[in-house]
Design a protein around this ligand. Structure first.
Ligand code: SAM
Length: 243
């Protein structure tokens, strides 16, 4: 795994992008930047298996290099499933394709290079959006989640994971402090932490858990569980009603 040293040297301000350079170090970067990432991916794969309905599809919107898809292949252990994995970054998808296991699951996984806001959903029992809604303009988020809810089969679920913020400034400071502590413990320097924070400014726009829950309700989801939380990271499971 190549080490993420993108922000190790002093550099001029430029907004963060999911380009070739980021794709090359993505797995190291996400493991050292998202607390509980491996646990999250394993549990999401287990939840995909739990809610998967026969002959349906699982959608991974903003799939990056395929950590969820690979975990799902392990989790399904030969049982049939179909997954559509979508990302707008070609370098991310190139890496995903290289990592796909040969054999049965080659055909189960469809990789699509495109915008998640335009991705049609067919026979979806599970839609996963991990750390990707946060990169869309705020104005586009309602429409995407409403389309996801409409596209899900009855009893289907959305698994939504996001970096989140607190409305209370003191609690927001606490979250930030523990988050930067986590990054320092994983070997990022103060320069790397501050340059990455600047690059993500206005690119990654986190919301409160409350804002996410309200949006899920507006989108048509009737029940929602906050099943995972680590300071400024949260994962929600929203279920579309069965008939
Ligand atoms: C932080 S990564 C997601 C991590 C990934 N879901 C995982 O589980 O490892 C965000 C991804 O969303 C993709 N992305 C951002 N905006 C997008 C859009 N509008 N349509 C499709 N993909 C998008 C980026 O290219 C990037 O690969």
């Amino acid at each position: 795994m190549r080490k993420d040293d993108i922000y190790a040297d002093s550099q001029g301000p430029s907004p963060f992008e999911f380009n070739e350079r980021v794709a090359a170090v993505f797995d190291d970067m996400i493991g050292r930047s998202v607390p509980g990432y491996r646990e999250l991916i394993e549990r999401l794969a287990q939840l995909c298996r739990y809610f998967y309905q026969p002959d349906s599809r699982i959608y991974d919107l903003g799939c990056s290099t395929g950590n969820l898809g690979l975990a799902l292949c392990r989790e399904m252990a030969g049982a049939p499933f179909r997954m559509v994995a979508v990302d707008s970054s070609r370098p991310m998808l190139d890496r995903y394709r290289e990592r796909l296991p040969e054999g049965a699951y080659g055909e189960a996984m469809e990789l699509v290079c495109g915008d998640v806001r335009e991705q049609p959903l067919h026979d979806a029992s599970v839609v996963v959006i991990t750390l990707t809604l946060q990169f869309l303009p705020l104005a586009d988020r309602d429409a995407l989640l409403a389309r996801v809810c409409r596209g899900l089969l009855p009893g289907g679920v959305l698994l939504l994971t996001e970096k989140v913020r607190q409305a209370d400034p003191a609690l927001e400071n606490l979250q930030q402090e523990f988050y930067y502590r986590f990054k320092r413990e994983r070997g990022y320097s103060e320069l790397e932490i501050s340059q990455k924070r600047e690059a993500l400014e206005n690119v990654l726009i986190p919301e409160t858990i409350d804002a996410h829950q309200q949006r899920l309700a507006r989108a048509g989801f009737r029940s929602c569980d906050l099943w995972f939380k680590w300071f400024n990271f949260a994962s929600l499971l929203a279920r579309k009603e069965a008939p």
